[in-house]
Design a protein around this ligand. Structure first.
Ligand code: WT7
Length: 632
């Protein structure tokens, strides 16, 4: 951080204007945005009050729109709402029973469709099932499933009765799963038997079995069986049976606006993941509204967000945002380049996808495969193509615009975080884009770049990206660890510090430079260096370890580990493999280092903290900056 602060960066390149038809059909064009933004910042409460009245169903109107008891805040205080009513009931009442909610497909081109009516039926049955198990509002339910319709049923089935879901990405190991289930004190786990990636079976049931072994909080395990039913043991309930035996009638219970909706674990600077808690009404409103405005969502759109439901992008832009808008969403289970590097383009052609949302790491992967793969397909249905998860470099931006958007789409970058719930910085599709810059703050969001004292820095100067006031979908706490929540609002007194460094240009466009802390972004996945390090030292031969991120042309960052072995242990390539295997077991495949180097010493401060900055500088052949605190 110190090294980069106050550094002046060159201005980004020229503006790219969206096609006229995008501007003409947009809900919000350039002029409207300018005025709305001004109004929304002058009076955010009035702004969100108006949107909340217009866009959502409420069982009871709120009394105060916003209450800020620094650092805690509440939105729509006293209001009563049920997010599944907004996602399901109201569309059915409006006559959309037969509208397709999800089209599911996968690497084998299997297809399943579910209408709003059918989804409603399944969700109600699932909710009734949870009630029959004695699950109460506020109880936690873990979900360990791949991207499939049943997972969405489980998520909504929890929300309908106020149970707090905690989805754990199906790539996490048994240990990582157990840690999260135990931290959340989940009473129920819903798990699938397997997923397939690159045609290979991943045995999720075995992982769930290992994770729940001896887990005291766990009372019931619901198994979503994807093939021939297997023999389940006493504690286990078959998913299909579970819903088949229940009534399809389950009234939506009105909950307080602030009722916790879900916990989603994400990486921080310590080895322990943080349980980010979101509250119902503000999250519903913000994800609804950003989905509508950022993707300019219309009733005939086919929306495809390629994320996994195990991450916030899936929660907000596969499940809640699109459903609250009554959209038709495509979901795809599997890898992007299997069976061939054009699998995704074939899906876009086949289903006439209109709005597409993916990550720069995927774009760069396709870039590497070459232009000829997308060129084989008709992608003319596309109108808006989005990006999320990490900075999209101008080269990838232009490739995406040309080869996928065919120079006839709006390319929209979106910066946000697990903690923010929804899009914070985004250039709306009707506005001129600046490739390489995430763009402008969303309506109601006052995002600026400041120095450590909280003073705005001049244009093109590196500083900390902050948001001045809480917004409706700002996370409410870290589960069981309020001090970790408070840190976000204390780092710079009174404002939200996101942990990212950024610059702003003369037009207010923000460029994200990356994290200022020890958090890596590998293929758009957030990984704490401390998490990987603690997985490394769990190997019996490892004495100490330090991890850094290295620039990588597809993944954005790759993981390099420096490892000190215990006395007398021989440094072999084989041992590296074993150590990697251990990390996979502890954390899951996403945390496995790309490179391990055995060293005899690590650079440390006199107080014993590892100076990853020094390791990184050495690795990259750059200046290490201030090393006066270095011990040796
Ligand atoms: C971190 C949040 C919320 C989306 C998925 C990741 C980085 C996210 C962008 C972007 C540059 C981005 C930031 C942020 N990030 N989107 N468009 N441009 N950087 O969510 O796991 O909570 O990670 O991802 O560093 O802090 P997450």
């Amino acid at each position: 951080m110190q090294d980069q602060e106050n550094e002046i960066l060159a201005p980004a390149e020229a503006l790219v204007y969206p096609p006229d038809y995008i501007v003409n059909e947009a809900y919000i064009n350039r002029e409207i945005y300018a005025k709305m933004y001004r109004d929304s910042i002058e009076n955010p409460e009035g702004f969100w009050h108006g949107i909340a009245e217009k866009e959502l169903h409420w069982f009871e109107k709120w009394k105060d729109t916003f209450e800020w008891n620094y650092p805690d805040y509440k939105w729509f205080v006293g209001g009563k709402i049920n997010i599944t009513y907004n996602c399901l009931d109201r569309h059915i009442i409006a006559g959309h029973f037969h509208k397709c909610a999800y089209i599911y497909t996968n690497e084998a081109s299997t297809e399943q469709r579910i209408t709003y009516g059918e989804l409603f039926d399944k969700v109600c049955r699932f909710s009734n099932g949870l009630l029959s198990l004695g699950i109460n509002p506020g109880d936690r339910v873990g979900i360990y499933m791949p991207l499939c319709i049943e997972q969405i049923v489980a998520i909504l089935g929890c929300a309908r009765i106020g149970a707090v879901h905690s989805v754990i990405y199906a790539g996490f190991s048994a240990k990582a799963l157990k840690l999260r289930l135990d931290d959340a004190k989940a009473r129920v786990l819903v798990a699938s038997t397997y997923t397939k990636r690159r045609g290979k079976m991943v045995d999720l049931k075995a992982i769930a079995d290992e994770a729940t072994e001896g887990l005291e909080c766990m009372e019931h395990i619901i198994i979503h069986q994807r093939e021939e039913p297997m023999l389940l043991d006493e504690l286990e309930i078959d998913f299909d049976q579970f819903i088949a035996t229940q009534s399809p009638v389950c009234e939506a219970i009105p909950f307080d606006s602030e009722h916790p909706l879900f916990i989603l674990y994400t990486s921080g600077t310590t080895g322990k993941p943080k349980g980010v808690v979101h509250a119902t009404a503000g999250y519903n409103l913000f994800t609804h509204y950003t989905t509508k405005i950022v993707f300019d969502l219309k009733t005939d759109d086919i929306f495809w967000c390629t994320a996994d439901t195990g991450w916030i992008t899936g929660h907000s832009y596969i499940v809640y945002g699109p459903l609250s808008n009554g959209a038709t969403t495509l979901i795809y289970e599997g890898a992007p380049d299997f069976p061939d590097p054009a699998s995704w383009w074939a899906v876009i052609e086949k289903y006439r996808v209109t709005k597409f949302y993916t990550a720069p790491t995927a774009v760069r992967l396709f870039m590497k495969y070459g232009d000829e793969w997308p060129a084989k397909y008709d992608l003319s249905s596309l109108k808006i193509i989005g990006s999320v998860g990490e900075p999209i470099n101008p080269e990838a931006w232009h490739w995406y615009d040309k080869n996928i958007g065919r120079n006839n789409c709006a390319v929209v970058d979106t910066w946000w975080q697990t903690e923010t719930g929804g899009h914070m910085i985004v250039t709306l599709p009707s506005l001129p884009q600046k490739p390489g810059r995430a763009g402008l703050p969303f309506l109601g969001i006052e995002a600026i770049v400041v120095n450590r004292q909280g003073t705005p820095v001049p244009p093109h100067t590196v500083g900390m990206l902050i948001i001045k006031k809480p917004w409706p979908s700002a996370f409410r706490t870290c589960f069981g660890e309020p001090e970790r929540f408070q840190k976000y609002w204390n780092e710079i007194e009174g404002v939200y510090f996101a942990g990212d460094l950024a610059t702003m240009d003369e037009d207010g466009y923000i460029m994200i430079l990356g994290r200022s802390d020890d958090v890596l972004n590998v293929s758009g996945h957030r990984i704490g260096t401390a998490e990987v390090e603690s997985a490394l030292v769990s190997h019996p031969s490892v004495a100490e370890a330090a991890v850094i991120g290295k620039p990588h042309d597809i993944k954005g960052q790759s993981i390099k580990a420096f490892v000190i072995l215990k006395q007398g242990i021989e440094k072999t390539e084989d041992l590296k493999k074993h150590i990697n295997h251990q990390v996979k077991h502890e954390l899951g495949a996403i945390g496995v280092p790309d490179e391990i180097e055995f060293v005899d010493k690590l650079p440390k401060t006199r107080s014993g903290k590892i100076m990853r900055r020094v390791l990184k500088a050495k690795e990259m052949g750059t200046e290490a900056g201030d090393t006066s605190t270095l011990e040796d």
